[in-house]
Design a protein around this ligand. Structure first.
Ligand code: HEC
Length: 136
């Protein structure tokens, strides 16, 4: 009986947690949009299309989908050196945007869910950003 009660509570709490997570993600995306407009749009452009051979795209970017941790690292510390995005090489320099972990999580959630991109409802949190360290 105790077990049944526990499982029932689990089901009820579990299903209640889902809309909350969706709502938290929606709010983070909304805040991230503002961060994007203020901090990233000058290089990565309004539709995340970037600038050919200069600034890599974020829309439909395999780099973002395949290596989200490296994308967080870029936003957290800046990025320099050769990278390949959708088969095109870039060897540019992205300055450290100087955002806090919360803002980085928000802007990541925005770019992962804008312009046809989808994170499949997975949310990046400030804690996940905190855990990403710079690789030398
Ligand atoms: C001054 C121009 C500039 C700004 C501003 C800028 N970036 Fe970048 N970004 C770059 C360049 C250049 C690269 C590629 C660096 C390289 O070649 O190593 C890059 C790479 C990236 C990458 C990895 C490659 C890819 O296309 O997925 C991500 C993710 C990214 N930027 C996100 C952002 C976000 C989010 C912001 C705003 C917080 C931002 N950038 C602001 C110039 C910029």
């Amino acid at each position: 009986m105790k077990f049944l009660l526990f499982s029932l509570t689990g089901i009820i709490l579990g299903s209640a947690a889902l809309p909350n997570q969706d709502e938290a993600l929606a709010k983070s995306i909304e805040r991230g949009k503002t961060v994007y407009t203020e901090t990233c749009i000058t290089c990565h452009m309004g539709a995340g299309e970037g600038v050919p051979a200069t600034f890599p795209p974020l829309a439909k970017a395999d780099y973002l989908v395949k290596t989200p941790e490296k994308a967080i690292e870029a936003v957290k510390f800046g990025l320099q050196g050769k990278i390949v995005v959708n088969g095109v090489s870039y060897e540019g320099m992205m300055p450290n945007p100087g955002l806090d972990n919360e803002e980085i999580a928000d802007v990541m959630n925005y770019i992962q869910n804008a312009w046809g991109n989808t994170s499949n409802k997975k949310m990046i949190t400030a804690k996940m950003v905190e855990e990403v360290k710079q690789k030398k």
